[in-house]
Design a binder for this molecule. Structure first.
Ligand code: Q6M
Ligand code: ZN
Length: 670
């Protein structure tokens, strides 16, 4: 199951023919530079290349009016003056005699990508297109966009393949108002967009781009706007929105297909966005969406105007789609106050629509409301960091050296080696500790084989590993010790069981224990119990624990190794939820993860190995409301920990531990 790449040079053959400072950013080089970067780092060759066809009138009419389509069709025959005048009736858009042709190719690429993913020809893919689409409306071009590629693709998927629910994630830095208008009363399409807003001062400056625009009629709750009211947003701000807004809602929604308005003007260095998130962050945004909808993920290029930042972001994104491990997320110092205000507002606006947000804080006090009227008089700095973005630099993302072995397995000899895995030989070393502790050296791996695996991961000889052991609880301490001895920071994640395994090293480790029986209070800073009283079978409660506590903690901790242990008593945890956990944790530590499964749980070997190899986890189904007691317990824990762990914060009221006001530096390493 591969990754599709759709690209056609023809889409570089139109450009701005007159002077217009508002449109000069949108150049053919955006596409050539992105494509050349994919070719030169060998990524294009690893993708399934699919030829681009033109969208038909019927495809375009799924979203646009006949009148508008006919008008655009006349543009190839217009004079320069006519083209100029034609463009002038819309906002921030230009036309060229080849624009119509390219716009049909861009929309065509989008529907073809949907075809390729829906028919199972590929798992996921990226359409490298121009013109972009998310601003164009039923009867209007806007913001460089002619036809709404992603909106057309969503409708096409519903019509041709009977897809019920489509999630559209718009991570471009502009609000895709065209997509919002197309689906605002439609509960079958969930539209999420974050965008530079600056209290309505930023283009397109619409009142309806604010967080309180949640959709209309039956579609109420299915439109999620996250306004950025300052520039300079960083990796933490983006991740916090994913953890505390998008992911919980997306999992509750349970889409059959995910489409992304993949604009990279939200990356550092972009002249339009003026944000400070590094290209690496797109590996994580992509990765975090890859276990939704059984992995059916289609990305269509939208904006991105700094050719360096754009090309780097495109490469990191495609690398992730291909299943390569994501780089360690850099620079996670927690969301800024302005981002927290937005997060709080969005969660409050949606608390009645989504059961995962039911417990969210109510609407914030009006002084931190993001309304324009109230902000007009304020002379405030547009930068959270207080500095300009000119001359900004950032380190080039470095590709991971792929280890020769993706997934090593240490499983009983009589078990067949799962597809795509490599059986690891049992250590020949005498294993005195194991013998002493009654380890059965024949049927299960010895402790020294486990610690050898840790060493091989540290040397990047293997990416991840799965071991079936006789006593998971007993095996944890030596594994963690071995890793800390190698100066590696380890994140331990235990599910099930009554107690956290004893004798775990504390220095250089953090252990999160999710279980029905976990203690209510943490015993020390290095060990965090997450107690789900109704058991791990409450998938909604489990999901809540994952998104609102485990993942933010894990990302902020930034381990070099993840040790995932399934203790006895995790039986209630469904196979799907377990695979989601494995899949999501692969985003950390360059994918270095050792999974321990208890002897007797052999049925989990195949699904676990498949998730470690990068296969998407099966969808969890539409999640019901979680058990109130558990939600409240998870929420109490999140609030208790947010003083120490900034990625756990969801509201601006929490000001503790924010050093020297709100000033932050955008430049890395300072
Ligand atoms: C430009 C003003 C320049 C696809 C997209 C298009 C953005 C259009 C921006 C128009 N305004 N000073 O969302 O990136
Ligand atoms: Zn944009």
């Amino acid at each position: 199951m591969g990754t599709a790449l759709l690209y056609d040079e023809e889409m570089t053959r139109y450009k701005l023919l007159w002077l217009d400072p508002d449109c000069e950013l949108e150049r053919p080089e955006r596409l050539t530079a992105s494509h050349e970067a994919l070719v030169s780092c060998g990524l294009a060759a690893r993708c399934v290349s699919i030829p681009v066809r033109q969208a038909t009138d019927d495809d375009i009419l799924l979203i646009h009016s006949e009148q508008y389509l006919e008008a655009v069709k006349t543009t190839p025959y217009m004079t320069l003056e006519d083209l100029r005048e034609f463009a002038l009736q819309y906002g921030d858009v230009y036309f060229h005699p080849n624009s119509y042709h390219c716009a049909t190719l861009a929309a065509g690429a989008a529907v073809q990508l949907v075809d390729a993913v829906m028919t199972g020809r590929v798992r996921n893919g990226l359409a490298l297109v121009r013109p972009p689409g998310h601003h164009s409306m039923r009867s209007a071009a806007n913001g460089f966009c002619v036809f709404n590629n992603v909106a057309i693709a969503a409708k096409y998927a519903q019509q041709k393949y009977g897809v019920q629910r489509v999630l559209i994630v718009d991570w471009d830095i502009h609000h895709g108002q065209g997509v919002q208008y197309a689906f605002e009363d439609d509960p079958s399409v969930l539209y999420f967009s974050w965008h530079r807003y600056e209290h309505q001062k930023f283009w397109p400056g619409l009142r309806e781009s604010d967080y309180d625009n949640v959709g209309k009629d039956k579609g109420a709750g299915f439109n999620i706007n996250v306004p950025w009211n300052k520039v300079g947003m960083q990796n933490s701000d983006y991740l916090a929105v994913f953890f505390h807004v998008l992911l919980p809602v997306a999992y509750e929604f349970c889409p059959d297909l995910v489409l992304v308005c993949a604009g990279f003007d939200s990356a550092i260095g972009d002249p339009e966005g003026e944000m400070c998130a590094t290209p690496d962050i797109f590996a994580h945004l992509t990765h975090l969406l890859m276990n939704l909808a059984g992995g059916k993920l289609c990305l269509m290029l939208e904006g991105g105007y700094n050719l360096t930042s754009l090309s780097q972001s495109v490469c990191v994104t495609v690398r992730t789609l291909l299943g390569d491990p994501a780089p360690r997320p850099a620079n996670l110092q927690g969301p800024c106050q302005s981002a927290l205000e937005s997060i709080q507002c969005v969660r409050a606006a949606h608390r009645n629509s989504w059961s995962c947000l039911e417990h969210a804080a109510r609407a914030p006090p009006s002084q931190i409301s993001t309304k324009l009227e109230e902000k007009e008089k304020e002379k405030e700095d547009k930068f959270e960091s207080g500095e300009a973005a000119d001359g900004i630099t950032w380190p080039e993302p470095h590709a991971c050296v792929l280890p020769p072995v993706r997934t090593a397995v240490l499983i009983p000899e009589e078990m067949a080696c799962p597809d795509g895995c490599k059986r690891s030989n049992l250590s020949q070393h005498a294993d005195s500790l194991a013998e002493k502790e009654d380890f059965d050296g024949d049927a299960v791996p010895t402790l020294s084989s486990l610690t050898e695996l840790v060493g091989k991961m540290e040397k990047n000889e293997i990416c991840n590993a799965l071991a079936v052991v006789g006593d998971v609880s007993m095996a944890m301490a030596p594994v963690m010790q071995r890793a800390t001895a190698l100066k590696q920071r380890v994140l331990g994640v235990c599910v099930g069981g009554t107690e956290v395994p004893s004798h775990l090293p504390e220095d250089g480790t953090l252990t999160v224990h999710i279980s029905k029986e976990a203690p209510e209070e943490p015993r020390c800073k290095h060990s965090i119990p997450v107690r789900l009283k109704s058991g791990l079978g409450d998938t909604s409660g489990f999901a809540q624990a994952i998104f609102s506590v485990l993942l933010p903690l894990a990302y902020e901790y930034d381990p070099a190794l993840v040790l995932l242990a399934r203790l006895p008593g995790a039986g209630g945890l469904g196979g799907g939820a377990w695979q989601q956990l494995v899949g999501l944790l692969r985003g950390l530590a360059w994918g270095h993860m050792l999974v321990l499964v208890q002897e007797g749980d052999e049925a989990l070997v195949t699904p676990t190995a498949s998730s470690l190899c990068g296969s998407p986890a099966p969808p969890l189904g539409r999640l019901p409301a979680p058990v109130v007691e558990d939600v409240e317990a998870v929420e109490r824990l999140r609030v208790r920990l947010q003083a120490d762990w900034m990625l756990l914060r969801t509201s601006a009221e929490c000001k503790m531990a924010v050093s020297s006001g709100t000033s932050r530096s955008c430049l890395l390493g300072t």
